[in-house]
Design a protein around this ligand. Sequence first.
Ligand code: 5GP
Ligand code: ZN
Length: 114
Amino acid sequence: MSDCLFCKIINGDIPADKVYEDDAVLGFNDINPVAPHHVLFIPKKHISTVNELEATDAELVGKLFLAAQQHAATLGVNADGYRLTMNTNASAGQTVFHIHLHMLAGRPFSWPPG
Ligand code: 5GP
Ligand code: ZN
């Protein structure tokens, strides 16, 4: 999508601090980190929100989690723990409408979230 911020990062029109890439998924550091490690994993295919997911996207969504799993191991935070979050629409705090899996690590996280 031409007016999507994360599609522009995928296309290279906007720079990002990339930490992971494969054929279907891109991972890059969040510009406003809320933890010592804060990475966003996005599909290279534009999908606005979880509400727009289709059955044929199931493997792609799985790849987001596998990318996060792999990067957590690379960072060495997998045993200590990390949080994966995907916000959907306004009340959940979604501000960029291209689905993204937040990976937060490097400090303890409380529950319930704010
Ligand atoms: P959301 O609130 O939609 O769940 O998360 C969007 C995230 O994207 C936020 O954590 C925000 O800091 C991050 N973000 C917004 N614009 C940019 C950008 O231009 N570059 C990067 N790397 N992250 C961004
Ligand atoms: Zn997009």
